[in-house]
Design a protein around this ligand. Structure first.
Ligand code: GDP
Ligand code: MG
Length: 298
């Protein structure tokens, strides 16, 4: 009888913004861990999602999309993506059927040089027909000849199982890296801010969501409810006015949407209070970025 060995490893999900990385990660992990919206740059941090069974532990990590940094926050976001390249046991390089193949040659070069197995996942195949897909697969094969290609639709959960199966096969034999009952390395407060940020992204236009950060000031759990106080940080007074809206209507709507999601997430009644605060130019201030949990390079 063969001795069963425990398998464990880091499976890092990388790719350009908006290709469906967070949607895929949530399919793979089976919980709504990463926030998903149709706007690029929703995922600012690296988020781990952990799948445990008796004989294995898969540590998925979702990263912000690759982009060219033009302010400090973006620099920090990019460093999360680059570190995802170097510490993976398996790389899931996600692309979709709409993005141009040469969108990011520099990054592609790094993927080509990766020391670990790469699965090239072509997402959103619900949007195209079979012949178009076959052509796309051929083109990608030319670009990344070493990578195994799996087409999928994360949104309609099509072809997720083959990816999961292949990941398990590629996972190295190793003891677990985290407690076996861990679902994610992020604390509850992190999900509160992510859910609030998601609602801000959905509700407000243009630059507002990108100038916004959410901070949890109080998280008090009792037997039948959780009392949360959150502060929404913006860069300017004018943004504060927009967030709050006429007679506080906008903030109230966002608060209601966030509370509903929080109640689903924590499976408890939520009492949510939200305030808006101006921190001038926070995206360019190292101490602010550090306080929000971003890596600051210089
Ligand atoms: P990320 O920036 O790579 O993390 O992408 P997200 O997971 O946030 O998804 C970006 C957008 O693409 C969202 O509007 C998703 O609903 C959408 N999306 C994700 N997967 C699919 C898919 O398989 N098909 C289609 N049509 N849309 C998808
Ligand atoms: Mg994302």
């Amino acid at each position: 009888m063969a001795v069963q060995k425990h398998k464990s490893g880091f499976v890092n999900i990388i790719g350009n913004p908006n290709v469906g990385k967070s949607t895929l990660m949530n399919c793979l992990v089976g919980e709504r861990i990463s926030i998903i919206t149709s706007k690029a740059q929703t995922t600012r941090h690296r988020i781990l999602g952990i799948v445990n069974t008796e004989d294995m532990q898969i540590v998925y990590s979702d990263t912000p999309g690759v982009l060219h940094p033009n302010y400090k926050l973006q620099q920090s976001m990019l460093s999360f993506s680059q570190s995802a390249l170097s510490d993976a046991d398996v790389l899931l390089y996600v692309t979709d059927v709409v993005e141009k193949l040469d969108k990011n040659e520099e990054f592609l070069l790094k993927v080509r040089q990766a020391q670990c197995p790469v699965l090239l996942l072509i997402n959103k195949i619900d949007l195209i027909d079979q012949p178009t897909l076959e052509k796309l697969v051929e083109q990608w094969h030319g670009l990344l000849p070493e990578a195994e290609i799996i087409p999928l639709s994360a949104l309609s959960k099509f072809n997720i199982e083959p990816i999961r199966k292949r990941v398990v096969e590629l996972l190295p034999v190793s003891p677990p890296y985290f407690e076996k009952d861990a679902l994610t390395d992020r604390p509850a407060r992190f999900f509160v801010t992510e859910i609030i940020r998601e609602k801000i992204l959905l509700y407000y236009q243009k630059e507002i969501p990108y100038a916004t950060e959410a901070v949890v000031e109080l998280f008090e759990e009792s037997k039948d409810k959780i009392h949360i106080k959150a502060i929404i940080i913006v860069e300017r007074e004018t943004q504060k006015g927009i967030i709050i809206g006429h007679q506080g209507q906008a903030l109230k709507k966002v608060g209601t949407m966030a509370r509903k999601d929080l109640e689903l997430f924590f499976e408890k009644k939520i009492f949510l209070e939200m305030y808006v605060k101006v921190e001038k130019d926070w995206r360019n201030r190292d101490n602010m970025l550090k306080a929000f949990g971003y890596q600051v390079s210089d």
